[in-house]
Write a protein that binds this ligand. Structure first.
Ligand code: BTN
Length: 269
């Protein structure tokens, strides 16, 4: 657990860390909020520019995908949402959530030599446990993404006992994965810098590069998984990621399906 900062000191640290991160244009650094995604969506609806970041020390009603709760206690993690006006077609909006996941995996390796991986659709895992989740809420018209709010929760300093009991078998934190002291502000700075580079790659039309990056880090490529949380539930092998971000799953009869919504559960081989 890092030394405790008061609100002013924490806000200053956030601002100093992000002062030269090109993707960030505005910062709302809050003591507590229900959900940074809800706060950021309201800002976006009222015309907030791309690069508006909402970050809170604590969320009282942090939301995960598939209507789950996201535990967001004070001083133990990073809870934030970024407003984007990405210049991409609606067809590629499903790729937006891959960018922060790829960025986190790469930054963890660069700074702490931690081997993390991506798990479909938008999780980051270390040693078969989740360290980060991403919640993408986009407003799209027929052809284009009007705005996107990308929320990210990263478990940084939790010890096992800090997680509620039901999460302990499948949640972990970055600090549990390295003997080095994790600096949350430095991590945020590096992550958002790389996220900006990846967004530029996506906006330049180099979608195949994003797909390849994600696949390289995927923890379940060619592995048996259970697909759940969407319209269908079934067991299959994760064989590929399609150009629009759908999971391509092969069932036991060798038939392939494209899955757009849901979640993957790793199975023992
Ligand atoms: C998931 O894995 O289910 C997604 C979790 C996303 C959590 C983050 S924390 C910041 C932002 N605000 C929220 O209410 N949710 C996202």
């Amino acid at each position: 657990m890092p030394e405790l900062l008061n609100l002013k000191q924490w806000q200053n640290q956030v601002r100093i860390a992000l002062a030269h991160v090109p993707i960030i244009t505005r910062i709302h650094a809050l003591e507590a909020v229900n959900s940074t995604n809800d706060y950021a969506r309201k800002l976006a609806q009222n015309g907030a520019p791309a690069g508006t970041l909402v970050i809170a020390r604590e969320q009282s009603a942090g939301r995960g995908r598939l209507d789950r709760i996201w535990e967001s206690p004070a001083n133990l993690g990073l809870w934030f949402s970024l407003v984007l006006h990405p210049k991409i077609s609606a067809q590629h909006s499903g790729l937006l959530g891959f960018l922060p996941a790829i960025a986190l995996v790469e930054v963890l390796h660069q700074i702490y030599q931690i081997t993390a991986g991506t798990k479909w659709p938008n999780d980051v895992w270390i040693n078969r446990k989740k360290i980060a989740g991403i919640l993408c809420e986009s407003q799209v018209n027929a052809r284009q993404v009007v705005f996107a709010v990308i929320g990210m929760g990263i478990n940084i300093y939790q010890k096992l006992e800090d997680f509620p009991e039901f999460l302990r078998p499948r949640a972990t934190s970055i600090q549990q994965s390295t003997p080095l002291r994790v600096d949350a502000f430095e991590l945020l700075k590096q992550l958002l810098t790389l996220w900006g580079d990846l967004l530029w790659t996506l906006e330049s039309g180099l979608t195949a590069m994003i797909i390849e990056h994600w696949k390289k880090h995927c923890v379940h490529m060619q592995q048996p998984i259970w697909i759940t949380g969407g319209p269908e539930q079934f067991r299959g092998k994760f064989v590929d990621l399609s150009p629009d971000g759908a999971a391509i799953i092969e069932n036991d009869h060798g038939e392939r399906k494209r899955i757009f919504v849901g979640e993957s559960i790793l199975l023992e081989e």
